[in-house]
Write a protein that binds this ligand. Structure first.
Ligand code: NOJ
Length: 546
């Protein structure tokens, strides 16, 4: 099948986590004016677009993924005028802007949920959410056995307005994130309008949160499996009643029509923890979304066979539906890849690292992370970067537990540390308060000691720094059109992977011995070659073949 073309099919998209990117007012929480002031950094780095995690009014029970108003900006982050200014400045710098849309659930502070709580069972207000009577003679048992992704039951019981215990509502995530009822046409109409609200303001697309969760199996059948963050449905198990139901696709077909009625190419990106790759490809059929995150790639072990298999499978699955493949190694929900790749257990879904846990090998992790990034940026398709990875930033792996804010930590009964370690405010200037994150020392999560060495100003202009390695890779990727090339494998052994794309030969050495580079002019490498000009372990090279 022919693959679609547009800016997004080969774009490198940089994820900004607004709380932790840049703080303009010194309250310790990043904000929109802070982002606008730092957009020059991203243009210089050479990315094509930014995706902003939620900045909407929210009690911040899940760092803004609990939205109380879809058409405004939380005063923590600024105002709608600040959002307009950000979009305008991004455009002036040639950057596209993607915003986050959270349709699976609202905040419990949303006016709809507040109305539902005071309304009667069976009322139209309750019909916007998933309310059910409890089981047992007094209704004290939840309507089914579903577990919340953050731990504990996925149901919370209301106290009715008359003071008596009442109905239960479903929340696949935190209690403060009630799931919407997408069988209700009012919900569908509302979100079409929310899309238009942001499209009219000039955004270039939406990253769709929990895109695989909106429709639940009608009978809400029991499901014994515990839920975990990062878990979708495993390839070899039956499909859970809360994930990846066929009905979700109709919703995205409707959204696509709205996007297509606007000028330019506005895009939808699915966040869906769904396996196998063929199931995720269903979200990017020609009349649905444009992209879906490739989490199977993110979770793959750092070995030649595992990387070869996931790259090949990913390309085949998206080619079959004519969509571009995407690649991602880090985001705000996973352990940063500079640390993840330094853990002794490779692959899988580790959920946070803290004091007392086995610590990653930082040097090994960074070396592999840089090799993985150069491998990723040489692949055809679109790639996602998470703020700070261009600095080689590791996870904060010794964050004091009392500083943790991710609801996972409490809801899992302190068994899952959660995602705070990748969300720490990033360092810009080594010698400034909060390493230049803001004008004061305030930082909503404590920054680790030794953060200075990762600061942008320590790396700019320093040959071989992680920052300059990313910048060169992004420039070469653009110059050679790697994002729109075609991958041709030259070798896929146990020790090395070698492929060709758009006139470049790319080699990654996963083995224990150094290997000769491919013939041709060495254009880039994730670390220096050895004294004999060979490619050491955990290094990727880009060569222009002769
Ligand atoms: C996925 C988001 O990336 C994550 O941060 C959030 O907690 C859940 N969806 C719930 O909205």
């Amino acid at each position: 099948m022919g693959v679609a073309h547009g800016w997004w099919t080969e774009a490198v998209i940089y994820q900004i986590y607004p709380r932790s990117f840049a703080d303009s007012d010194g309250d310790g929480i990043g904000d929109l004016p802070g982002i606008t002031a730092r957009l020059g950094h991203l243009a210089e780095l050479g990315v094509d677009a930014v995706w902003l995690s939620p900045f909407y009014p929210s009690p911040q029970a899940d760092a803004g993924y609990d939205v109380a108003d879809y058409r405004d900006v939380d005063p923590l982050f600024g105002s709608l005028a600040d959002a307009d200014a950000l979009i305008a400045e991004a455009r002036a710098k040639g950057l596209k802007v993607i915003v986050d849309l959270v349709p699976n659930h609202t905040s419990s502070a949303h006016r709809w949920f507040r109305a539902a709580v005071t309304a009667a069972p069976g009322s139209p207000e309750r019909a916007r959410y998933v309310f059910r009577d409890g089981l047992g003679p007094d209704g004290a048992t939840p309507p089914n056995d579903w577990q919340s992704v953050f731990g504990g039951p996925a149901w919370t019981r209301l106290v009715e307005p008359d003071g008596r215990p009442g109905q239960w509502y479903l929340h696949l995530f935190d209690t403060a994130q009630p799931d919407l009822n997408w069988d209700n046409p009012e919900i569908r109409a509302e979100f079409l309008d929310v899309l238009r609200f942001w499209l009219d303001r000039g955004v270039d697309g939406f990253r769709v949160d929990v895109a695989h969760g909106l429709i639940k199996q009608a009978d809400l059948a029991n499901w014994e499996e515990p839920q975990e963050i990062l878990s979708g449905n495993e390839a070899d198990k039956p499909r859970p009643p809360m994930w990846d139901q066929d009905g979700v696709h109709e919703i995205y077909r409707d959204w696509r029509q709205v996007l297509d009625s606007y000028d330019g190419a506005r895009i939808l990106v699915a966040e869906a923890w769904v396996e196998p790759a063929e199931r995720i490809a269903r979200y990017v059929r020609p009349d649905e979304m444009h992209q879906a995150f490739n989490f199977e790639y993110l979770l793959a072990a750092w070995t030649a066979p595992a990387q070869y298999a996931v790259i090949t499978r990913s390309l085949e699955a998206t080619d079959a539906v004519g969509a571009p493949t995407t690649w991602v190694l880090s985001n705000h929900d996973v352990i940063r890849h500079a640390s993840r790749m330094g853990l002794s257990a490779q692959g899988g879904r580790p959920n946070g690292i803290g004091i007392g846990d086995p610590q990653p090998d930082a040097a090994l992790g960074l070396r592999r992370a840089r090799a993985a990034t150069l491998l990723m940026l040489a692949l055809p398709g679109s790639a996602y970067l998470f703020q700070g990875e261009e600095l080689g930033l590791p996870e904060h792996t010794t964050l004091p537990d009392e500083a943790r804010q991710d609801p996972t930590w409490e809801r899992s009964g302190h068994t899952q540390r959660g995602r705070d370690g990748c969300r720490v405010p990033i360092p810009w200037e080594a010698d400034a308060p909060s390493y230049g994150f803001g004008p004061t020392d305030a930082s909503w999560l404590p920054q680790p000691p030794l953060w200075a060495e990762y600061a942008l100003d320590r790396q700019q202009g320093v040959a071989g720094s992680t920052y300059e390695t990313y910048r060169t890779a992004l420039r070469l990727r653009r110059e050679h059109g790697l994002g729109r090339g075609t991958l041709e494998w030259l070798s896929s052994g146990d020790e090395t992977l070698i492929f060709r794309n758009a006139g470049l030969t790319v080699l990654t050495n996963f083995g224990t011995a150094a290997v000769p580079p491919p013939a041709g002019e060495l254009l880039h490498s994730s670390a220096p070659l050895d004294a004999d000009g060979r490619v050491p372990t955990d290094v990727t090279v880009w060569v222009r073949h002769s």
